[in-house]
Ligand binder design. Structure first.
Ligand code: UDX
Length: 469
């Protein structure tokens, strides 16, 4: 170890994470909790975000995360905006910076924007004074670890870097459990003696709490591609069930019955078969578009078309939802008041990235409806998402107040709290005829119908009081 490596003698190892977002923050909190012998530091260029990590209001909402951070922050978990010092001190560096879809130039709208990631690689190279293991934690297109290696070694100094890929499979809302009890941890390295040694170090870190048989190792490219494939398969399942939901609505079949019947086949499995208004979140669309871009790059247009159709069906599902509302509410939404129940891309998170609610809200405004948005955690993000939209948009946290005087409720997010509301009271306060469009098949449709609502679920027969149903 180089003498310039500043080491805190109280700890066995110094671990750094560059990027204090959902993945970086939650993963490091769990590593620090499970490995008190390591010092874990999270750095970010955004000092506001770091200040939030150091405050009582963390920058991300994730069940269980607050408790962990509060119990170990300042003990072996630290948050800082001094990236260079963090790099100097570290033995192991996780890189978890964002790689959004490119909005400009070649591959715009498809390829990953690697500018933050490349700047980070250069910063690691320039600030390092001792050998390090660099771990690529983000979802990146294949061969990025190789590019990182090239940047890191493109200097005259003889510092050795080993680059590993260790994709994160956590889902928001269940991040702490996913990290504590992962189905698997995947680590990719070069098959060189030094690559294998670095990989063993990371295996040893995870062994602190993950059973040996769940830690799998592979070559670096297969590891990177596994992450894209996992997300593509998961999103494909949702588009498949959503595609069937359209057929169910035309034929009076029930998508829940179908999901139950096919889910009992072990080969298919029962998870991830909930029909919805569409999938959202920061990963699915981005990763699939990335995969599509890769396939096109290699001339595999048929394969690219296949995966692209998963995103196309997702857009179709949202448009179908709007068309259904429009058609049902007498072919005009002008000045109708529509209440969106939920804005987060799924329950138990305040995250609204790629939330289907964004597209639904924009389309409703295009139809000149007045929209009232309610959500227990995501209202601040909703305001940011819709800041540029000109139209009548209101944000009200209390769902009873939000629904008052509305013509329709559209359920966007499967928040548990929406299942226990007093719908009798809500019905009384709404304009008649009152409609519910349940984009998550969350509510008790029969009961709502009995109260007086006209109910339009996804992929199920509707409950309508109109004679011409
Ligand atoms: C996903 C992957 O699950 C995770 O492994 C990866 O690391 C990151 O991307 P996340 O985006 O946090 O995680 O959420 P996820 O629970 O997968 O849900 C994604 C979207 O699909 C949400 O909008 C959700 O509401 C929707 N969904 C999920 C459905 O519409 N139906 C389902 O059956 C499941």
């Amino acid at each position: 170890m180089n003498s310039e490596n500043v080491k805190d003698s109280n700890f066995e190892k110094n671990i750094l994470c560059i990027g204090g977002g959902y993945v970086g923050g939650s993963t490091m909190a769990v590593i620090a909790q499970k490995c008190p012998q390591y010092k874990v530091t999270v750095v970010d260029i955004n000092s506001d975000r770091i200040n939030q990590w150091n405050s009582d209001t963390l920058p991300v909402y994730e069940p269980g995360l607050d408790d962990i951070v509060q119990s170990i922050r300042g003990r072996n978990l630290f948050f800082s905006d001094d990236i260079d010092s963090g790099i100097k001190e570290a033995d192991i560096i996780f890189v978890s910076v964002n790689t959004p879809t490119k909005t400009f130039g070649a591959g715009a709208g498809m390829a990953a924007d690697l500018q933050y990631w490349e700047k980070t690689a250069r910063q690691i190279r320039d600030a390092s004074k001792s050998p390090k293991i660099i771990i690529d934690k983000g979802t990146l297109p294949v061969k990025t670890a190789l590019a990182m290696e090239r940047i890191l070694t493109a200097t005259n100094n003889d510092i050795h870097f080993d680059v590993l890929s260790n994709p994160e499979f956590l889902a928001e809302g269940t991040a702490i459990n996913d990290l504590t009890n992962p189905d698997r941890v995947l680590i990719g390295s070069r098959e060189t003696p030094s690559g294998i040694k670095a990989r063993e170090e990371l295996v040893a870190l995870y062994r602190n709490w993950v059973p040996e048989e769940r830690i799998i190792t592979s070559d670096i490219w297969s590891t990177e591609l596994s992450k894209l494939t996992a997300n593509a398969f998961l999103a494909q399942r949702i588009s498949s069930i959503n595609a069937m939901s359209a057929l169910c609505e035309k034929t009076d079949a029930n998508i829940n019955e179908i999901a139950h019947a096919i889910g009992m086949d072990n080969r298919i499995g029962s998870k991830f078969l909930n029909a919805s208004v569409g999938f959202g979140g920061s990963c699915f669309k981005k990763d699939i578009l990335n995969l599509v871009y890769l396939c096109r790059y290699y001339g595999l247009d048929d394969v690219a078309d296949y995966w692209e159709s998963v995103v196309r069906i997702n857009d179709y599902q949202k448009e179908r939802f709007i068309f259904n509302m429009l058609h049902t509410m007498f072919n005009t939404l002008v000045d109708k008041r529509i209440c969106l129940f939920g804005f987060a891309f799924k329950a138990n998170t305040g995250d609204t990235r790629e939330s289907p609610a964004i597209d639904i809200a924009k389309r409703l405004v295009e139809e000149r409806a007045e929209i009232i948005i309610t959500d227990p955690k995501a209202l601040e993000n909703a305001k940011i998402d819709l800041a540029d939209i000109e139209g009548k948009i209101h944000y009200i946290e209390d769902p009873y107040e939000a629904a008052k005087g509305c013509d329709a409720i559209a359920v966007m997010t499967e928040w548990e709290m929406y299942t226990t509301l007093d719908y009798e009271k809500i019905y009384q306060s709404m304009s008649k005829p009152a409609f519910i469009f349940d984009g998550r098949d969350l509510l008790d449709h029969k009961r709502l119908f009995e109260i007086g609502f006209n109910v339009y679920p996804i992929g199920k027969p509707r409950f309508s009081h109109f004679k011409d149903k």
